[in-house]
Ligand binder design. Structure first.
Ligand code: CP
Ligand code: NVA
Length: 302
């Protein structure tokens, strides 16, 4: 049966650890895994991207495959062709697809009609490839994922939703602090709690950034206005107190690291000085998109 990666929970805890471990190995020799030799992988992007698009293009090439970058406007999808018809056509040419789009339902529908692996490169609901790279980064910095506490401060968006589910599946604590109107998706919280019952992770949702960052090992943030929300810029006014800055970090443990999925809006969700203080971690995180996605593709396409 084909394997998709639409949600971080499409991998079990053991599979996530196995992929991360392999990503660390792949980092040492970029051409060592040729799983995609002779395979054509479509990269369908309905939203902009720097890291995800480049890391997939380079990663597919390094693994011996052919990446095909396909923008939304360049296909008949932009003229209303059905997703399920597009999926059935593409399945006749391609060996796998990576999709960045708006509605999560669209990628689920595509995956139903495309009989080979589908990878979620971000939807409005989830961003699992990002969290996979972040888990690799945390593993490299702390040597483990067990016992880690992650605090996400900012908008309860696709990245926050994925952190919650990842914590539940892998079994580490996640605390998400957002303004009251911008809490994470109830569906993501429900799924996270369901997994956490088995793994023992603590899942906490709060409107208090100080509560979230206390005892956290990783303080994480993302933009306040995500792609597709350009008309909601006034929402930023509700985020006062939710910036990762020196003042907030006073409440965190001394060894805590700060992470950001990028792109960053310095002066909004993160202060420039804190961004620069943790730039090495943040750009390692960006680099690990390449390695962790290669390890993921090796797992899905073997
Ligand atoms: N973090 C991330 O997904 O970046 P891009 O939007 O540049 O792909
Ligand atoms: N939450 C952001 C993540 C960007 C990588 C967005 O969806 O725009």
């Amino acid at each position: 049966m084909k394997k998709d990666f639409l949600n971080i929970s499409d991998l079990s805890k053991d599979e996530i650890l196995q992929v991360i471990d392999y990503a660390v190995k792949l980092k040492k020799d970029k051409f060592q895994d040729q799983t995609l030799k002779g395979k054509s992988i479509g990269l369908i992007f309905m939203k902009p991207s720097t890291r995800t698009r480049l890391s997939f293009e380079v990663g597919v090439y390094q693994m011996g495959g052919q990446p095909l970058y396909i923008t939304g406007s360049s296909t008949q999808l932009s003229r209303g062709e059905d997703i399920k018809d597009t999926a059935r056509v593409m399945a006749r040419y391609l060996d796998g697809v990576v999709i960045r789009t708006y509605s999560h339902n669209e990628i689920e529908q595509f995956a139903e009609y495309f009989d080979k692996p589908v990878i979620n490169a971000l939807t409005d609901y989830l961003h699992p490839c990002q969290i996979l790279a972040d888990l690799q980064t945390i593993y490299e910095k702390f040597g483990k994922l067990e016992g880690i506490k992650v605090a996400f401060v900012g908008d309860g968006n696709n990245v926050a939703n994925t952190w919650l589910i990842a914590g539940g599946v892998v079994g580490f604590d996640v605390s998400v602090a957002t303004p009251p109107e911008y809490e994470p998706s109830g569906k993501a919280v429900f799924e996270a709690v369901k997994h956490a019952e088995k793994t023992g992770a603590k899942i906490n949702i709060t409107n208090d950034p100080v509560e979230a960052v206390k005892n956290a090992d990783v303080i994480y943030t993302d933009v306040w206005v995500s792609m597709g929300q350009e008309g909601e810029r006034e929402k930023k006014e509700k985020f006062s107190g939710f910036q990762i800055n020196k003042q907030l970090l006073n409440y965190a443990s001394k060894d805590a690291i700060v992470m950001h999925c990028l792109p960053a809006h310095k002066g909004e969700e993160i202060s420039e000085d804190i961004f620069e203080e943790f730039a090495d971690v943040i750009f390692d995180e960006a680099e690990n998109r390449l390695h962790s996605q290669k390890a993921l593709m090796s797992f899905l396409f073997k």
